[in-house]
Design a protein around this ligand. Structure first.
Ligand SMILES: Nc1ncnc2c1ncn2[C@@H]1O[C@H](COP(=O)(O)OP(=O)(O)OP(=O)(O)O)[C@@H](O)[C@H]1O
Ligand SMILES: [Mg+2]
Length: 441
């Protein structure tokens, strides 16, 4: 058998490196604990060309390689593997592995590194070789990773359609509304986030849903919360802003959806959709008819792609064109109604400063705010805070910053008296009818 020698990486070695990476993956995946590669092939190749790499060569063939990179005083080995055939040769095996590690270290050392490390599956031969060459295992560490929701190549596209990644945990900040949350979780979030699980149960992930309900009940809030929960970018489409586009709103919609379709994932939101999808017909045809037709077409095309969800919202679901709501376009037509007592309590607790909550009779406020929307309650709570601050300042109270009883139940009740309910009894009744006749869950 001929000798194995160690030398620097040349560009001609790329094919050999690719074969080695494949062999290493094979080994890692068939070990006692299968572990997919941490650095993809593209990263390994980039490091070969731009950083430090050494190869083991026998009979003109690449049989091993060690690839490293350095930054801020630390070095990392991104790839290290020797082919089985060489490793199993008692004459050469360990020599090739040790030789590669030594050679890589010698090349990295002049960069002034304090430490050299590698993340490696414990079941592989590379791990054993590293231990044999002076590396110490750190069993107290755990490896964690997070896939970022938007990849670099998508950033420009996302910006072009005004999309953004929302903060995580928005879902948790929606107070109360447990029934609605449970339903959205079961119908939307889980099937979209875990398509394999959904498929296992024969559940088809939704592509488009309609939220309807009186103003200020949280439709926009829920749409954003769903995007945040899925960790998908949120893209709001404003049809009214498309009127300046060449070809008008219809053409604007078409090109916006074309751009959105390029994204890997997205929650697309159209608020007040009744403005562009109200009942068609009439003579002469209303100017929005072409826009409604275009939207219908776009929804149909949108449905063909996975990994995205269209959420439309409206306050006037009964004004929508019947064709728009039919099965096959919108998977669900979901009512978002006034908050129940539990939800109102949670919403109050959110807006009452924490240190004063014990001085306030929450159940009284919950009762007194029956029929109000979350937005109304928010308004009342902020108004009470404003008034209390202003009055404390007027009375020149000295220790206001340290007192915990700066707001009382009465302050809130007074603010409530000055709060007009957004949803009239008439609207609430109509909403009830819509839930009976139009909602589809
Ligand atoms: N469950 C909730 N918990 C806390 N705050 C809420 C909740 N739902 C809504 N809000 C707050 O109420 C306000 C109005 O909510 P949102 O804009 O989502 O309502 P909407 O149904 O979209 O209203 P519109 O029909 O006017 O568009 C927002 O400030 C929001 O933060
Ligand atoms: Mg809204």
């Amino acid at each position: 058998m001929t000798r194995t020698r160690i030398r620097d990486f040349h560009d001609d070695d790329l094919d050999g490196i690719i074969r080695l990476v494949e062999a290493a993956e094979q080994e890692a995946m068939t070990g006692s604990v299968p572990a997919p590669a941490l650095y993809p092939l593209s990263e390994v190749l980039a490091s070969c060309q731009r950083n430090q790499a050494v190869v083991a060569v026998r009979d003109e063939e690449i049989v091993g390689a060690a690839v490293g990179r350095a930054a801020h005083g630390q070095g990392a080995i991104v790839f290290f593997h020797v082919l089985d055939s060489v490793r199993d040769d008692p004459e050469q095996g360990t020599r090739a592995e040790a030789g590669l590690l030594d050679a890589l270290e010698r090349r990295l050392m002049p960069l002034g590194l304090g430490k050299l490390s590698m993340l490696v599956p414990g079941s592989t031969s590379a791990f054993a070789a590293l231990l044999g060459n002076g590396f110490e295992a750190r069993p107290e560490l755990e490896y964690v990773e997070r896939h970022l929701p938007v990849q670099r190549r998508e950033l420009d596209r996302l910006k072009a359609v005004g999309g953004r990644v929302l903060p995580r945990h928005l879902w948790d900040s929606v107070s109360g509304m447990q029934e609605e949350k449970d339903m959205l979780e079961d119908r939307l979030v889980v099937p979209l986030a875990e398509p394999d699980l959904a498929d296992h149960f024969g559940v088809v992930p939704p592509r488009a849903v309609m939220l309807f309900g009186p103003p200020g009940t949280g439709k926009t809030t829920f749409a954003k919360a769903v995007a945040s929960r899925l960790d998908w970018p949120f893209v709001e489409v404003f049809p009214s802003r498309l009127s300046g586009e060449p070809g008008g709103v219809a053409a604007g919609l078409r090109s916006t959806f074309e751009q959105i379709n390029e994204l890997e994932h997205a929650v697309v939101f159209i608020d007040e959709v009744e403005e562009i999808a109200s009942k068609r017909g009439g003579e002469p045809p209303s100017p929005t008819q072409g826009v409604t037709n275009e939207l219908l077409k776009q929804v149909a095309e949108f449905r063909d792609r996975e990994g995205r969800l269209l959420i439309c919202a409206t306050n006037f679901v009964r004004a929508l064109d019947a064709a728009f709501l039919r099965h096959g376009r919108f998977d669900y037509v979901i009512p978002i109604g006034l908050p129940d007592a539990t939800a109102r309590e949670a919403i109050w607790s959110r807006y009452i400063p924490e240190h004063t909550v014990s001085a306030v009779d929450l159940p009284v406020l919950v009762d007194a705010s029956d029929g109000l929307t979350p937005a109304d309650i928010e308004y009342a709570a902020r108004r009470a805070s404003q008034e209390a601050l202003a009055s404390a300042l007027r009375q020149q109270q000295v220790d206001i910053a340290s007192r915990t009883d700066v707001l009382s139940t009465n302050d809130y009740l007074e603010a409530l008296r000055a709060t007009r309910a957004t949803v009239s009894e008439e609207t609430a009744r109509e909403f009830g009818e819509d839930v009976e006749t139009i909602a589809r869950l």
